[in-house]
Design a protein. Structure first.
Length: 302
């Protein structure tokens, strides 16, 4: 297929474009500025908030990953998040007529559900503007698919980590990147909310990229699917810190902060995507994920 990847220079978008090219697809990577893209991916300059700058294709597939993603920032600038994540998605949909669309969403749409692991049937109740903006964008994608104009798969991602091509997650507001930055001496300490017992799961970015390829190749026009994508094994925050210390051989000083209104457990039920698309994560071991990121951070060899 001829495929457009929005946000192709970003952490996840780069990994998705790389996987698509490796699978033999003809891939264009949409970026707002000059940026390094994977081998075999053509750069296309454009901005999802400027409809006139978006390429018209025609594309058989679109993987839409360009978005604002920082939860805490979304509380300070909710309108900016809704503009980028909702209006930007609408602009992409208008340019994607007749295409198969895979939309990158988030577990933040669920809020703080009691049921764990979380299935796709769990009610949506986002607790922050970021999650609310992604849920609204999901609805635009899914309702548009039901008109038959596109085929759509929404992938709800939990926590993503790891490295491909020596690229790591640059967002040090996230747990593993920040813990590694502390181990590397780039930050003095890791701040932890509460007692460190909050449980999260982590999926290697390349496994997530493989899910995008599987979804794109499976969906047909008029279809509307939603899948959780995750590794399924939860790890407490303090255990992640210990794993970083073990892999790096360096201490990770921590500072305990008062508890915040955050979910005590967020673990993914990914049974549906496994059963329907045959997708399986292959690099789920937490220490492997950390080891690859540490190698990329300290030696640049991924």
């Amino acid at each position: 297929m001829r495929v457009l990847v929005t946000g192709a220079a970003g952490y996840i978008g780069y990994a998705v474009a790389r996987r698509l090219a490796a699978a033999g697809h003809d891939v264009d990577g949409l970026t707002r500025r000059d940026a390094e893209l994977p081998d075999g991916v053509r750069p296309v300059r454009g901005d999802i908030l400027d409809p006139g700058s978006l390429p018209s294709g025609p594309y058989e597939g679109v993987c839409h990953l360009a978005a604002l993603t920082r939860v805490r920032e979304s509380f300070r600038e909710p309108l900016r998040f809704f503009t980028s994540n909702v209006q930007g998605t609408v602009n992409v949909l208008n340019a994607a007529a007749g295409a198969r669309v895979v939309f990158g969403s988030t577990a933040a749409v669920y809020g703080t559900p009691e049921r764990q692991p979380i299935p796709e049937t769990e009610a949506s109740a986002p607790s922050n503007p970021y999650g609310a903006s992604k849920l609204a964008a999901e609805q635009a994608v899914r309702y548009h698919a039901r008109t038959g104009a596109i085929g759509a798969v929404v992938l709800r991602t939990f926590n993503v980590a790891g490295s491909v091509d020596g690229r790591i997650d640059p967002d040090e507001s996230r747990l593993i990147p920040k813990a590694l930055a502390v181990a590397a001496g780039r930050a003095p300490r890791l701040e932890i909310n509460g007692d460190g017992l909050a449980v999260r799961e982590f999926l290697h970015v390349d496994d997530l990229a493989a899910a995008y390829v599987a979804a794109l190749e499976a969906v047909g026009l008029g279809e509307d699917r939603v899948y959780n994508v995750g590794g399924g094994a939860g790890t407490a925050v303090h255990e992640v810190v210990s794993a970083v210390e073990e892999v790096t051989g360096r201490p990770v000083p921590t500072l305990r902060r008062p508890p915040q209104p955050e979910p005590p457990v967020l673990v993914c039920d990914a049974a549906a995507i496994r059963a329907e698309l045959g997708w399986r994560p292959e690099r789920t071991a937490l220490r492997e994920i950390i080891r690859g990121s540490w190698s990329a951070l300290t030696r640049g060899d991924g």
